[in-house]
Design a protein around this ligand. Structure first.
Ligand code: SF4
Length: 321
């Protein structure tokens, strides 16, 4: 696939705060995440569009039910800024006609009829882009349909659109407790003053915040960078939650670390950071195999272009290098 095609499928989009961090550092760790570069044009013959196999568990448009008690709801189809390594980068254009209003009723019906759901992930795109009134209405309907489930609001908003995290936004989240804000952050440089102020507003509003990060080649694949990021988050009252292996999605090969390198980096990180500042290293298995904790024990063997990984229940998956 050539450069022009990638730019058409997943056009560059950069927000004001991200521009203010990048400035002229076009080879820096933030620029590399958001500016088109040769990293995303490297070939990966095993990469697919839907590396997680979410399509297999899509019960209706925008609703993924992969694990017994957990449901993922797409609240938005786009983001304020687009990460070049995004695992949904190939489905952005297909979802251009997606509107939350069209799916709300069916989300509510599904949740009202399934009383096994204890965990609702709100994702996208990034739900931070929603108009506040639509967000208020949508979260209330979801909460009314399932009064007890924990809601996880997954967003890069404190970095990509910090101005959106206003008092009013925080109040909307507070009205729908129990709710956790899951902040996607990958590098200490992302924690500039605007991001920190947005996180502080969440903290002042008593919204519990955890982080999730993606291990990215040439960006944060270094235990010292990760240790600095996770310690800084911890000082802000944010528990580092997940560190993900980057998925084998078409157009992201240049961002992916080798599985064994990831394990080595994580091993060294464990020496540097205590448990509170240590997220779980996790990998999403291909073909809808779900998320597993990545340890040396589950990696059975390496072949030329894939690893064999054994899930807890004994099922073995081919994981693309
Ligand atoms: S914020 Fe998340 S969904 Fe949006 S482009 Fe980045 S990785 Fe993809």
């Amino acid at each position: 696939m050539n450069n022009e095609k990638w730019k058409r499928i997943f056009p560059e989009k950069i927000s004001k705060n991200i521009r203010s961090i990048i400035k002229d550092d076009l080879e820096g760790p933030v620029a590399l995440q958001f500016l088109c570069s040769n990293k995303e044009y490297e070939d990966n013959p095993h990469a697919v569009d839907d590396a997680l196999g979410e399509g297999l568990y899509q019960m209706q448009e925008g609703l993924i039910h992969c694990y017994n008690n957990r449901v993922l709801l797409h609240f938005a189809a786009d983001c304020p800024a687009r990460c070049r390594f995004c695992f949904r980068k190939n489905s952005f254009s297909q979802r251009s006609s997606y509107y939350l209003e069209d799916n709300l009723d069916s989300y509510v019906k599904y949740l009202s009829e399934d009383n096994t759901v204890t965990d609702i992930l709100i994702s996208g795109g990034d739900p931070i882009i929603l108009d506040l009134e639509l967000l208020r209405k949508s979260l209330k309907l979801i909460r009314d349909a399932n009064p007890c489930a924990v809601i996880r609001f997954c967003s890069r908003g404190p970095l990509t659109l910090p101005e959106k995290i206003t008092q009013e936004f925080v109040e909307i989240l507070k009205e729908n407790m129990p709710l956790w804000f899951v902040f996607h952050v990958n590098h200490p440089q992302e924690l500039n003053s605007a991001t920190l102020e947005a996180l502080e507003r969440l903290r002042e509003g008593m919204i519990p915040v955890v982080s999730q990060s993606v291990l990215l080649k040439g960006i944060n694949d270094d235990e010292h960078i990760l240790a600095q990021l996770f310690n800084q988050l911890l000082r802000l009252g944010i528990k580092p939650y997940y560190l993900f292996q980057a998925d084998a999605v078409a157009g992201t090969a240049g961002f992916r670390t080798d599985l064994m390198d990831s394990l080595e980096i994580y091993g060294r990180l464990k020496i540097l950071n205590g448990g509170l500042a240590l997220p779980a290293l996790a990998v999403d298995l291909p073909g809808g195999g779900g998320k597993v904790f990545l340890t040396k024990e589950i990696v059975l063997e390496k072949h030329i272009d894939y690893y064999l990984i054994k899930r807890e229940d004994g099922v073995v998956f081919k994981y693309p290098c």
